[in-house]
Design a protein around this ligand. Structure first.
Ligand SMILES: [Fe+2]
Ligand SMILES: [Fe+2]
Length: 288
């Protein structure tokens, strides 16, 4: 690690006001990481926490999932949606609540979260379209892929202003401009936060490698899904990805994911219709 990188990392790690996770969220992450955790144990953990239960049930009952009957308990949600889906949804909701929206000048928090939710939905829809093993993890990975941007804007406002100027002046993407100004980009910063919060490995890797997907060695398909979903949500003009450019999807990933023009067309339609029904996810942020 270069001296500069170490210096920046130390600022982030020692920041007193870095968001900390509620203990129930840390316990949820620990349980999700452990392969021996049973559905009953996670169900119990969520049910014991009134706020976590009501938030999870609100998301479960969102028009986004389109269940005709109302789901009134975590046990019922697990029966209907499956254990893996419910635990990932609880994680997504509780992490959304952990971030506080700020008011940094020049940073569009609303646009940021819309992009995050658009990418989350695109990752999930795409995962299902290609019958991926990561259907349940894709949403939360897409949701948090750009979390490093929130740290940069908060702790490095001067550098962030330089990055914005460079994006306009050179017409470069945000991560390229960050690399020029800082020597690293928001995916690296997102990785520091993921490690600090002890995220599961697949989630950490999806955040760390979302702008360099071909470097992935483990959980490759999840990394590829998030990278592609980021491009899709930009292509669909959902929210604010930090710059107005749509990177080209590499041929290697196009082939690896088995994409076809008609499949992409279908995914785009489903993402837009999912976005129109995902108000509950945006609500969680607006309440902060
Ligand atoms: Fe990014
Ligand atoms: Fe992004």
């Amino acid at each position: 690690m270069t001296a500069d990188l170490q210096k920046y990392r130390a600022v982030v790690e020692n920041a007193k006001d870095l968001p900390s996770l509620a203990s129930v969220v840390s316990r949820l992450i620990e349980m999700i990481k452990s392969p021996t955790t049973s559905a009953a144990e996670i169900g119990e953990l969520i049910s014991e926490d009134v706020a976590l239960t009501s938030m999870t049930l609100k998301l479960v009952n969102s028009p986004f999932y389109g269940f005709s009957q109302r789901i009134n308990s975590i046990t019922h949600a697990i029966v209907i949606m499956g254990f893996s889906k419910v635990k990932n949804l609880a994680l997504a909701g509780s992490l959304l609540q952990s971030f506080k929206s700020g008011d940094a000048p020049g940073f569009d928090y609303g646009g940021f979260w819309e992009h995050a939710i658009g990418t989350a939905i695109a990752a999930e829809v795409l995962a299902e379209a290609i019958d991926s093993d990561y259907c349940d993890e894709a949403f939360v990975a897409g949701l948090l892929h750009d979390q490093g941007k929130l740290i940069l804007i908060r702790y490095f406002p001067e550098e962030s202003a330089k990055v914005r100027k460079l994006i306009d002046r050179q017409q470069s993407t945000m991560f390229e401009a960050e690399r020029q100004v800082l020597g690293f980009d928001h995916s690296q910063v997102g990785n520091w936060l993921a490690e600090k919060w002890n995220f599961p490995e697949h989630l950490t890797l999806a955040i760390r490698l979302h702008h360099s997907p071909l470097l992935a060695r483990q959980h490759r398909q999840l990394v590829w899904l998030v990278h592609t979903a980021d491009i899709f949500s930009r292509a669909l003009c959902i929210g604010d990805g930090g710059d107005p450019y749509i990177p080209e999807l590499s041929k290697v990933l196009w082939n690896q994911l088995g994409l076809t023009p008609s499949l992409v067309d279908q995914v785009f339609k489903e993402v837009l219709s999912g976005m129109a029904k995902a108000g509950e996810f945006l609500d969680l942020i607006r309440k902060n």
